[in-house]
Design a protein. Structure first.
Length: 157
């Protein structure tokens, strides 16, 4: 029973880490194939309270992602070259781990963490009203550019 409790105690930490890694992944210029593989590795490792996940053959990832084994092999090599995915041979398969430190990744970010946080804070206040304002300590109003209706010249909301 102790093993189960130890796993349960570490789950919140791994959930927070998984959430942070997923948020970072979405900030970077990655392909759909890259994201599919990385999200599954995050889910299978951090989701089970582990640092890494051992996968015996690419056929298992094929079943999860719907990608061909050849495409998976190429995608994994690309992710390894970008230093997002760490892979090491182990008894009975390969251990896969997503590099949690995005400063070590070799790919182009599309936005910054502060821009993401600002947008999330704004959306929280926008959707939750006053209760959202209490949650967000530093709120800077943002002007939204709504597309104008070509026929009437009015803004669409």
């Amino acid at each position: 029973m102790n093993g189960g409790n130890a796993l349960r105690e570490s789950e919140p930490d791994y959930r927070a880490r998984a959430r942070a890694v997923r948020e970072d992944l979405l900030r970077f210029d990655l392909s759909k194939q890259h994201l599919k593989v990385l999200f599954w590795i995050v889910e299978l490792s951090y989701g089970w309270g582990l640092e890494s996940v051992r996968i015996p053959k690419l056929g298992v990832l094929k079943e999860l992602t719907g990608m061909s084994v050849a495409n998976l092999s190429t995608t994994i090599k690309e992710l390894h070259a970008m230093r997002l995915l760490l892979a090491s041979r182990a008894e009975g398969g390969v251990d896969y781990k997503v590099q949690p430190d995005c400063d070590k990744w070799h790919c182009r970010p599309l936005t910054t963490p502060s821009m993401v946080q600002h947008a999330k804070d704004w959306l929280k206040v926008y959707n939750l009203g006053d209760s959202g304002a209490k949650v967000v300590e530093a709120f800077v109003p943002v002007e939204l550019d709504y597309p104008t209706n070509q026929t009437t010249g009015t803004t669409e909301e």
